[in-house]
Design a protein around this ligand. Sequence first.
Ligand SMILES: [Zn+2]
Length: 222
Amino acid sequence: MDKIKIDTIIRSRRKTIALVVTRDATLVIRAPFHTPTEYIEGIVNKNSRWIQQKMAQVVSKPPKKEFVNGEGLLFLGKTYRLQVIPGSADNIELRDKIYVSEGALPFIDHLLAQWYRNQASKKIRERCAWYAKKTGYEPRSIRITNARKRWGSCGSKGTLNFSWRLVLAPLEIIDYVIVHELVHLDQPNHSKLFWNKLRIILPDYEKRKNWLKDNEKLLETY
Ligand SMILES: [Zn+2]
């Protein structure tokens, strides 16, 4: 089993330790000052079953985004906190957090989708070029779509389509969808030969495919 990752430990004057699974399925610990980190990790271990159940609940039915300060936003599989800063500029900046000006808040969902779309376009084209070179399967063109659930598809004329929402997922998952569609250029159907060819390029593709299936709701909430 994977070790549970603690997102943040907030130490304060409180007397007890609280484990909180947030709306974005991360684990936040509230603890008294001077609580040793090893002690907190011990408690997390002891409660790992409960924490994983809670996380699974959120992942299977994630709440809609509210775009408020401190909210977690996914990018390449990592959760970044949204930080609202004063000002009216309508750009979005990714550093240790995702920074958004106050003035942009009324259209934040639109702006953020556009930002994700630009990032996805860059990342997907870059990875696709790399795998095209490696495998010899060359798409005629690449299109970034707004699809939910249909992460990738292969048109009859050699165009590959990818949803921008993929850029929320870890890179190895994006790579899986890219390689999957590249192999379709050679093998249109999900035949045994198709999966065999895919396995030669990505021997652990099944793990990646399952991740996508288990977490697809997380990528749809935007
Ligand atoms: Zn397919």
